[in-house]
Design a protein. Structure first.
Ligand SMILES: *Cc1c(COP(=O)(O)O)cnc(C)c1O
Length: 385
């Protein structure tokens, strides 16, 4: 069969665990379908158990969970928030939206995480928080980052969109900063189409978060019987998902171990089978420090240069395999320049790796024969100099 007649292999495909439809049906029968119904509490408690956080509030997205952190920390004009340039724009948007300034810090060349050695130099009197992203679910060096935050009285937020199931020195990612955010977008390990959560390790802001998430009302307290009527008592918006989505999410979270095992099998196959090919051509495979356990969120390769990255993408595309690049740096993006500030002399490592990185298809339902096709497709590429 020619490559053209073979079905295309996408980068990501929704993996259904089998109970989603049944749970959504049950949600429809039992109601209510608005937020904070029975499936929302089930999904929240499953999530709390996986991460070991003290509480979890489901949100409509990770973006909205990040927005909530900016409101809870009362960030606004005159404040600065330190974060990596190599991340999704939502990590920065949340703070720019409140008038605070995202301060972009370069990444480590090995893990592509915010370089903890550059953080302290970026701290000013205006700095209020550090937001970290565990890229590909490989942990940032949290002991160093938490110590810097403690010295300067800063909040730490983990944008844990990639990190569900990952660990740092035995501790679950998402359980280390005061607050952490999760994404259940369809490209993440556990998903419900669009969804997210805000996790609390330090419960200081929990009560206020429940109010802000419910349009600024104490409706949550009303339903618990703690107050006899609910009123508008704070600023807020609508950050809670329908119980229909929470039903889908519950099904996925219950199958967490199975989903993770399937993703790990794909990740490990790539890493083993591509090792010699990569090493012989100075192509870099993901670096997982021995103090990390990664959750098989992404499998990426760093090609020697932009030209080879583009050629490998093209080569795979001709074989019907979709392998995309990833983040375009934020520090020199139009909105990054307008709303943010770059620490030190730019982010040269971020600029460099963003040009050279390619991600291979990785999802729980990737068939063995498709995995073989991807591996053989990659192995048939030769770096040009
Ligand atoms: C996916 C992602 C987000 C946004 O998640 P949504 O749920 O789509 O809002 C934010 N940060 C990072 C690092 C992500 O990967």
């Amino acid at each position: 069969m020619s490559a053209a007649s073979q079905p295309k292999i996408p980068f990501n495909r929704t993996f259904l665990v089998g109970t989603e439809a049944e749970y959504m049906q049950r949600a429809m029968q039992q109601g209510p379908l608005s937020g904070d119904g029975p499936f929302t509490s089930q999904a929240s408690s499953l999530l709390t158990k996986i991460v070991g956080a003290s509480a979890a509030l489901l949100t409509t997205s990770c973006t909205h969970a990040l927005d909530l952190t900016a409101i809870l920390l009362e960030l606004g004009p005159g404040d600065e928030v330190i974060l990596p340039s190599f991340t999704f724009c939502s990590t920065a948007n949340a703070y720019a939206l409140r008038g605070a300034v995202p301060v972009f810090v370069d990444c480590r060349p090995d893990t592509l995480n915010i370089d903890e050695r550059l953080i302290e130099a970026a701290v000013t009197e205006r700095t209020k928080a550090i937001v970290v992203v565990h890229y590909a679910g490989v942990a940032c060096d949290m002991d160093v980052i938490m110590a810097i935050a403690a010295r300067h009285g800063l909040a730490v937020i983990e944008d844990n969109a990639h990190g569900l199931g990952g660990k740092y020195r035995g501790r679950a990612l998402g359980s280390i900063g005061g607050m952490a955010t999760q994404s259940f977008h369809e490209t993440k390990n556990i998903q419900c189409g669009e969804g997210g959560a805000l996790l609390f390790n330090d419960p200081t802001h929990l009560e206020r978060a429940e109010i802000i998430r419910e349009k600024g009302t104490n409706r949550t307290q009303f339903f618990r019987g703690m107050v006899d009527k609910y009123r508008w008592i704070d600023i807020g918006s609508s950050f809670l998902p329908s119980d229909l989505l929470a039903a889908f999410l519950t099904a996925q979270l219950e199958a967490f171990d199975d989903i993770q095992a399937r993703r790990h099998a794909v990740w490990a196959a790539y890493d083993q089978r591509l090792a010699d090919w990569a090493d012989a051509q100075s192509i870099v495979r993901p670096h997982v420090p021995d103090w990390c356990e990664h959750p098989a969120h992404l499998y990426y390769l760093l090609l020697p240069d932009l030209q080879n990255r583009q050629q490998l993408m093209q080569h795979l595309s001709e074989l019907g395999i979709y392998a995309p690049f990833h983040y375009q740096p934020l520090h020199n993006a139009p909105a990054g320049v307008q709303y943010g500030r770059t620490a030190a002399d730019g982010c040269p490592v971020t600029d460099d790796v963003a040009d050279r990185l390619i991600r291979l298809p990785l999802f729980a339902g990737l068939a063995d024969e498709d995995l073989e096709r991807v591996i053989n497709g990659v192995l048939s590429y030769r770096v040009t100099r």
